[in-house]
Design a protein around this ligand. Sequence first.
Ligand code: 5AD
Ligand code: SF4
Length: 471
Amino acid sequence: MEKIEEQQKYINEIKELNKNNENLKYCILTMGCQLNENDSEKLCGMLEEMGYTKTDNFEDANIALFNTCCVRENAEDKLFGKLGELKRIKEKNGTIIAIGGCMMQEQHIIDKIKHSYPFVDVIFGTHTLYRFPEDLFKALQNKEKVKDVIDIDGEVFEGLPIKRDSKIKASVTIMYGCNNFCTYCIVPYVRGRERSRKPKDIINEVKELAKEGYKEITLLGQNVNSYLRVEREKNIEFEEYEGVNSFATLLRAINKIDGIERIRFVSPHPKDFTDDVIVAIADCDKVCKLIHLPLQSGNTKVLKEMNRKYTKEQYLNLVDKMKSRIPNLTLSTDIIVGFPGETDEEFEDTLDVVRKVKFEQVYMFIYSRRVGTPGDRMPNQVPEEIKHERFNKLKELVESQIEENNQKYVGTVQKVLVEGKSKNNPNMLTGRTDSNKVVIFEGNNDLINKIIDLKIESEHMWYLKGCLIGG
Ligand code: 5AD
Ligand code: SF4
C-alpha cells in the first residue's frame, strides 16, 4: 500500500508540473488480451489523475503510450511500425513515448528498441506497471530515458486508479501470472508465476462496480480456475472472505452481489476444470452459460508436446460432463494450427473435435515461434504455407458451423444486455446475448444498460437482428 501512496505523490507532482497547461492529452494503443486491456484502464486512470485527457490520435498527444503483447509475432510488427511513425511525430511535437507490457519483459525486444528506436522515453514491464507515475515523472522532469523492468514476480497491488472503457461491463483481474508453461507460450516468462488477489479485494471491487451501475463482470486471469490454488497447495495463508477459498466459491460469492446481472470469466484451463466449478456454474444464475474452454489442439500427441496435460478424449469427456450438468451450455475455444511436428492427420483430430463440440465461437491462431519457449527450439517447424492451408481449412469449417448455429437463434427470444448505439448504424441499438452474440435492434435509448427480451428475426454471420417483443 505504501508503494501505491508513493506513486500517488508522483501523480500529484506531475499534476503540479502540468498545472499551467490545460489541454494535455494522451493516446494509448493496447495490444493483446483482456488482461492487457484491464492494465491499460489502470494506466488511463493514472494519466487522467495527472491531468491528461484521452485522444485517439497520436498527432494530438503529449504522451504516446503502448501497452504491448508478445503472444504472437504480429504484435511486434505492429509496435515497430507504429514507432517508426511516432519518430516523425515526436520530432515535430516533442511527444513523450512510453512503452509497457509483456513485450518489454523480453531482452531481445529491449535491445532492439535501444538500438533502432533510441528516442523512446520510458520502458516499463509487467511487474512495474504500478510505478508508471514515477517513471513518467523522471522522463518529464529530468528528461532522462527511463527503463524500469524487473524479472521477479511483481506483488499484487491494490488501489491503483482506474478509468474503465465501459459503464456497463467491467473486467476484474483475479490472478496474475501462469505456472503452466505450455510449450508454445511466452506468457509464463513475461507475466511470472501465479499469484491470486485476496478474496476480499475482489469482492469489494465488484460490490463497488455494482454500486456504480455496472451490470456485467468478467473475471480475468491466465488460468482463472486455479484461483488460490498455489496458496492452498503451498499452505500460504490467505484470508477467507465470505467463504471464498477457490474459484468455485468466488463465483458463488459474486453471484450474490446485488446489481450485477452477468458474470463471465476468461480463461480457464481444461485440466483444472474441477467438478465444484461445474456445479457452481450450474447453480449460479448470473454466470453466463457460454464458457471459454481453450482446446489448442484436438490431437493427443500434439497436446502432449504442447504440455497441455489432457488428451483428446479427456477434453471431449469434460465437454460432455459440462453439457450434461449445465443446462443450455455453449462453448468457445482457442485453437493453434501448425504447432511444430503437427502432421495433416494430427490436424484432422482438431477438425474432428470442432465438428463434435460445435463451438459457439473459435479463436484461431497460426502457431508463432516465441524466443525462449520450448516450441521455438523444436526441430520440426511446420512450413508457413502448410500452416496457412490448415488455418483456412479450420476457418471454413468454423464459419459453416457459425452459420448453422446462428440459424438456431432465429425465432427464439433472447435476454440481451443493451450496450448502446450500434457503431455501424446509429439508428439501431446493440447488445449481447448470454452467449455473447451481438444483437442489433430498433429501440429507445432508455433501454441502454438494461437486460431485455428480444425476438431474433434474422442472422448475419457476425451479428443477429432482433426486435422488441410486441414492438
Ligand atoms: N502462437 C500462436 N498462438 C498462441 N497462443 C499462445 N501462444 C501462441 C503462439 N506462440 C494462443 C493460444 C492462447 C491464446 C491467448 O493465444 O491459443 O489460448
Ligand atoms: Fe500460456 Fe498455457 Fe499459461 Fe495459457 S495456460 S497463459 S496458454 S502457458
